[in-house]
Design a protein around this ligand. Structure first.
Ligand SMILES: Nc1ncnc2c1ncn2[C@@H]1O[C@H](COP(=O)(O)OP(=O)(O)OP(=O)(O)O)[C@@H](O)[C@H]1O
Ligand SMILES: [Mg+2]
Length: 255
């Protein structure tokens, strides 16, 4: 479904992503792991049109989507969440979800937030669908709360639901459980595995190895912008190079 070929991105002298190639199969959860600074977020930013690539190509279903703007990508069925929350605090929970329906998400989320109020008033027809999505994860009781008053855990879930509202074919999740407690991590994990993966292909960037091992179909490991390894969770957790560069020996014992 997605084919990344020879992607490269430099920042000054640093090659954040260095000649990276891999493909993602339709209907799978494909995880990207690796140490801090390995280039995972830069990769997501290139795929989703936030950064222009220095070189290389991104193909979706055989069509070239390299350097396509974020809002155009949403119409091609590609959506993402952010490592650092990008939620409109001045909007309610349901309004945030409806932003997704509108395929209105701008790469500049702040700009979306300001323009959103007036647009959302015209989009009442999306309300029921939005409520349905919130019910799937038990957030319906928060629908009319302003997002800024809610916990980090709820907002992380809301971001995933909003991405789902764009009816994507491919969702990229950048650290969806970072900063969550074990109970919330479990809930988000279930949300991704049951609700999201049922409908769409997922690229998951995460450091939580327990979650990665449980829900990934396939894993690509990055180190210094390059691909260090790829394989099934079992292959990766037993790969000597991956253990040395990232996991440490504890990984073998399920830590
Ligand atoms: N906008 C930017 N300007 C300059 N350097 C950048 C920029 N974005 C990323 N980098 C650099 O590129 C490298 C890769 O960073 P990136 O954020 O992609 O790593 P990551 O794998 O997502 O790390 P983490 O696990 O900590 O989120 C790092 O050296 C980082 O400092
Ligand atoms: Mg990152």
């Amino acid at each position: 479904m997605l084919q990344i070929s020879n992607l490269t991105k430099k920042f000054g002298g640093v090659k954040a992503v260095d000649d990276l190639s891999f493909s993602v199969k339709k209907g799978t959860i494909h995880s990207i792991i690796g140490p801090n600074g390995a280039g995972k977020t830069t990769l997501v930013n290139m795929i989703t049109g936030v950064y222009k690539v220095d070189s290389g190509t991104v193909f979706l279903d055989g069509g070239d989507i390299t350097n396509l703007a974020t809002n155009k990508l949403v119409h091609r069925g590609v959506c993402r969440t952010f490592q650092h929350l990008e939620i409109c605090g001045n909007l309610t929970v349901i309004e945030n979800v409806m932003l997704g329906f509108d395929k209105y998400m701008d790469k500049n989320i702040i700009r979306s937030c300001f323009r959103a109020k007036s647009i959302l008033e015209d989009e009442k027809r999306y309300f029921d669908r939005g409520m349905h999505l919130l019910e799937l994860i038990g957030l319906e009781n928060f629908a009319h709360n302003e997002a800024k008053n809610l916990s980090y855990g709820i907002l992380k879930k809301l971001e995933i639901i909003r991405a789902l509202a764009t009816t994507p074919e491919l969702i990229l999740l950048d650290e969806p459980v970072a900063g969550l407690n074990p109970k919330e991590t479990h809930e988000v994990s279930e949300l991704i595995k049951t609700v999201v993966a049922d409908e769409v292909t997922i690229i998951l960037v995460e450091h939580d190895m327990k979650m990665i091992m449980k829900i990934s179909d396939y894993i690509t490991v990055m180190n210094f912008g390059k691909k260090l390894a790829q394989g099934t969770p079992t292959q990766i957790v037993n790969n000597e190079e991956v253990i040395k560069a990232y996991l440490g020996s504890g990984a073998l014992h399920g830590k």
